[in-house]
Design a protein around this ligand. Structure first.
Ligand code: CAA
Length: 379
C-alpha cells in the first residue's frame, strides 16, 4: 500500500496551493462579508482546468484522476470554501453525471462548455420537502409527446444564479415511486424558468444559493438523461461521487483552520510561554492533526476506489461523514485556541467555523451518511 502522492499529483497540489494563496486569499474576507461570488477567481480556476478535472480531454476536461481532484479541492477549500463548492458541484455533480450517463449529442452540447469552465452548472434535487427524503419529489415533468412540461420549486441550489446549465430531477410518474423519477438538462433563460433571490447564509457566503421556480417549462425530450425512470438512480450515483468532493472541501477547511491555530499557538504568549507549551492547547492540536490525517486517508481511499471503478457509496459516505465532523470539531477548537481573536474576521477561523457547518448538511446530512453506511454493514 502506497500512501504517497505521485509526481503529477504533487504538481497539481502545488498549482492549487499557489493559486489559492495568490488569487483567493487576498479578497476572501471581503467576499464573505458582502456575500460576493468569486467571479474572476472562478474564471481563473477554469483556465487552470479545475472545473472539469476528471473529464476526458475529448470533452474539454483535464483527464485527471480523482485523487488529484481531492488534492486540488483541499488546497482551494483551505483558503476559500466558497470557491471550493463551486468547483465541487461543477466537477462532481454536473460534469461527472453528464460524462457517465449522457449520450454523445448531450455531451458535445452541454458537457464540453461545462468541463472547460466556459459555463457553470448546478444540480437541482432538493425541494422544500425533499432534502433528505429525496424520493418525495413534488416537482413534476409531464410527458407531452416531444417535450416534458416541468413544474415545481427547487431549494438551496448551489450555483443557482450563476449557472447556465441545470440538471433538474423531477417526478414523471407518481405511481411508480422512485422508478417514476427522471433527470433533465435545463437551460437558463427558458420560458417559465425563474430564479429566486440569493439566500442569506451562515457560511460559504461567497457561493450563490437560490431557489429555482419552474412554471410550465417545456423541456425537449432529448434533454432527458438516460432511460425513462432512471432519474433517482442517476441522482444517487452522482451524489456518491459528490460526497467525495464535499469530504475534500471539509478536509481543506479543517486543514486551513489547523494550520492557523498551530501558527497562532506558537506566537501567542500567555503565562510567560507560547500557548502551545500548555498541554491544554497542545492536546487540542494533537487531536486536530490526527483527525485530519484520518479524514485525508478516507478521502484518498474513496477517490482511489472511484478510479478503480468500485462501488463508492460506502467509502464516499464514510469520507464525507468523518471529514465534515472533523471540519466542525477542528474549526471550533481553532476559534478556541485563538481566544478573542478567533471571534473576529481578520483571523479567518470564525469564517471557517461558519463554513464548516454546511459540510454536515449538504449532499446528505451526517444522519443520511450514517444511513448509507449502516445499510451496507449487513450483507
Ligand atoms: N448509491 C447508489 N444507489 C442508491 C444509493 C446510493 N448511495 N442509495 C439508494 N440507491 C438506490 C437503491 O439501490 C434503489 O435502487 P433500485 O430500486 O434500483 O434497487 C433506489 O436508489 C432507492 O433506494 P432506497 O429505497 O434505499 O431509497 P430511500 O428512499 O430509502 O432513500 C437515501 C435513500 C439514501 C436516504 C436517499 O434518499 C438519499 O441519499 N438522500 C439524501 C439526498 C441528498 O444527498 N440530498 C442532497 C442534495 S444535493 C446538494 O446538496 C447539492 C449542492 O447544492 C451542494
Amino acid at each position: 500500500m502506497n500512501f504517497n502522492l505521485s509526481e503529477e499529483q504533487l504538481m497539481i497540489q502545488q498549482a492549487a496551493r499557489d493559486f489559492a494563496q495568490a488569487e483567493l486569499l487576498p479578497g476572501v474576507i471581503e467576499r464573505d462579508e458582502h456575500s460576493k461570488f468569486p467571479t474572476e477567481q472562478v474564471k481563473q480556476m477554469a483556465e487552470l482546468g479545475f472545473l472539469g478535472m476528471m473529464v476526458d480531454p475529448k470533452y474539454g476536461g483535464s483527464g485527471l484522476d480523482s485523487v488529484s481532484y481531492v488534492v486540488a479541492m483541499e488546497e482551494i477549500a483551505k483558503i476559500d470554501a466558497s470557491a471550493a463548492v463551486v468547483m465541487s458541484v461543477n466537477n462532481s455533480l454536473v460534469c461527472a453525471g453528464l460524462e457517465k450517463y449522457c449520450n454523445e449529442e448531450q455531451k458535445m452540447k452541454y458537457l464540453v462548455p461545462l468541463a472547460k469552465g466556459e459555463v457553470i452548472g448546478a444540480f437541482c434535487l432538493s425541494e422544500p420537502e425533499a432534502g433528505s427524503d429525496a424520493t418525495s419529489q413534488k416537482t413534476t415533468a409531464i410527458d407531452k409527446g416531444d417535450y416534458y412540461l416541468l413544474n415545481g420549486t427547487k431549494n438551496w441550489i448551489t450555483n443557482g444564479g450563476t449557472a447556465s446549465t441545470y440538471i433538474v430531477i423531477a417526478q414523471t410518474d407518481v405511481e411508480k415511486g422512485h422508478k417514476g423519477i427522471n433527470a433533465f438538462i435545463v437551460e437558463k433563460g427558458w420560458e417559465g424558468f425563474s430564479i429566486g433571490p440569493k439566500e442569506k447564509k451562515m457560511g460559504i457566503r461567497g457561493s450563490d444559493t437560490h431557489s429555482l421556480m419552474f412554471s410550465d417549462v417545456k423541456v425537449p425530450k432529448e434533454n432527458r438523461i438516460g432511460a425513462d425512470g432512471f432519474g433517482f438512480n442517476f441522482a444517487m450515483a452522482v451524489l456518491n461521487g459528490g460526497r467525495i468532493g464535499i469530504a475534500s472541501q471539509a478536509l481543506g477547511i479543517a486543514q486551513g483552520a489547523y494550520e492557523l491555530a498551530l501558527k497562532y499557538a506558537q506566537e501567542r504568549v500567555a503565562f510567560k510561554k507560547p500557548i502551545i507549551q500548555h498541554q491544554a492547547i497542545a492536546f487540542k492540536l494533537a487531536d486536530m492533526a490526527t483527525q485530519i490525517t484520518a479524514a485525508r486517508m478516507l478521502c484518498y481511499k474513496a477517490a482511489s476506489e472511484k478510479d478503480a471503478g468500485q462501488d463508492i457509496s460506502h467509502s464516499g459516505a464514510m469520507a464525507k461523514l468523518f471529514a465534515s465532523e472533523t471540519a466542525m470539531n477542528t474549526t471550533i477548537e481553532a476559534v478556541q485556541i485563538h481566544g478573542g481573536n478567533g471571534y473576529v474576521s481578520e483571523y479567518h477561523v470564525e469564517r471557517m467555523m461558519r463554513d464548516a457547518k454546511i459540510t454536515q448538511i449538504y449532499e446528505g446530512t451526517s444522519e443520511i451518511q450514517r444511513i448509507v453506511i449502516s445499510r451496507g454493514l449487513v450483507k
